[in-house]
Design a protein around this ligand. Structure first.
Ligand code: CP
Length: 359
């Protein structure tokens, strides 16, 4: 079964193909309108969403298929104590493909171990959000005409921001992309993402200075400081408005800068920036999500993908003595789940579900 758990599940060639299919769908909607007739998409959202859930549902309906699901864990039997494994075993008997969002990191990987139908990760805690990344790449391709040779600034919560983790991993596949990571010390990019860039000798700068970084950027990817990821409320209050992009800060920006944001925004982009129609690309970005998710559904339901060799677990070893200590990892709540790990080049063990180091 072909799943989309992390962006690394697709090669660069497949990502480029998805971008081209999305563009073709935009230009030829009628051609695709019955391609999923008789197919059912389940959207299982254990965490709030506007864009991801509704664009997935819009995508399946636009392909002629049907939808079912829930938008709140409290309205599912999870609230009665049902395990994720049991929920997925049951729902995969009711549907042909499942898009799921969960607050625990690695939950979609656990789901894929129990599903008879493709699982799409629609966001797992602060870990990954691969379908957001695919629509971000579509947006960059449409706004700039290319994805190579860009200087990309990512600003805000780089520690818990699942969208930036998947996006940096994907952009590392393209040529001559340079990164500027703009965050307070407390919200810096996780080590495992920097390691991906180090291994490929890709240039990145870490700074806390938004205004000083803007002039060199082709893309500025703003992110929200996410209250729901903080265990310390005081730390959230101190950091929540650390970056606010307003018109004044754009005075020295390139004329063709593209400002992206996965949304929802709170204060990090002032509403006045919306009037800068050329550079403010974030609402066009959200709309692109519908077409990219149509392309993703088509790819995962494609017959030739049904015997795909599942690579996530290939290198996994059972870690009997050590347990992942990340309280946000799915291993912290799922009953009967074996601790699986991968050994990295530096001999460190990383939890296969959340990528945190196991000590
Ligand atoms: N970008 C994104 O994931 O938005 P939602 O949380 O509204 O789905």
């Amino acid at each position: 079964m072909r799943d989309l758990i992390g962006i690394e599940d697709f090669s660069k060639e497949e990502i480029d193909e998805l971008i081209e299919i999305s563009k073709d769908i935009m230009d030829n909607k009628e051609k695709y309108s019955e391609m999923c007739k008789g197919k059912i998409l389940a959207t299982l959202f254990f965490e709030p969403s506007t864009r991801t859930r509704l664009s997935f549902e819009s995508a399946m309906l636009s392909l002629g298929g049907s939808i079912l699901g829930f938008s709140n864990a409290n309205s599912s039997s999870t609230s009665k104590g049902e395990s994720l494994a049991d929920t997925i075993t049951v729902v995969s008997g009711y549907s042909d493909i499942i898009a799921m969002r969960h607050p625990k990191e690695g939950a979609p990987l656990v789901a894929s171990m129990h599903s008879n139908v493709p699982i799409i990760n629609a966001g797992d805690g602060g870990h990954n959000h691969p379908t957001q990344t695919l629509l971000d790449l579509l947006t960059i391709s449409k706004e700039k005409g290319h994805i190579d040779n860009l200087t990309v600034g990512l600003c805000g919560d780089l520690k818990y921001g699942r969208t930036v983790h998947s996006l940096v991993t994907a952009l590392s596949l393209y040529s001559n992309v340079k990164f500027v990571f703009i965050s307070p010390e407390e919200l810096k990019m996780p080590e495992y993402i920097n390691e991906i860039l180090d291994k490929k000798n890709i240039e990145y700068v870490e700074t806390n200075n938004l205004e000083g970084s803007i002039p060199e950027l082709d893309i500025l990817y703003m992110t929200r400081i996410q209250r729901e990821r903080f265990t310390d409320v005081e730390e959230y209050e101190r950091l929540k408005d650390v970056y606010i992009l307003d018109k004044k800060k754009l005075d020295n920006a390139k004329e063709d800068l593209s400002i992206l944001h996965p949304l929802p925004r709170v204060n990090e982009i002032a509403v006045e920036v919306d009037d800068d129609k050329r550079r403010a690309a974030y609402f066009r970005q959200a709309e692109n999500g519908r077409y990219m998710r149509m392309a993703i559904i088509l790819k995962l339901l494609d017959e030739k993908n049904l015997n795909y060799e599942y690579k996530h677990l290939n290198d996994a070893i059972e870690s009997n003595n050590c347990k992942c200590e990340n309280s946000m990892c799915i291993t912290s709540i799922e009953r009967g789940l074996k601790q699986l790990a991968v050994k990295c080049n530096d001999n460190k063990l990383r939890c296969i579900f959340c990528d945190h180091e196991i000590k």
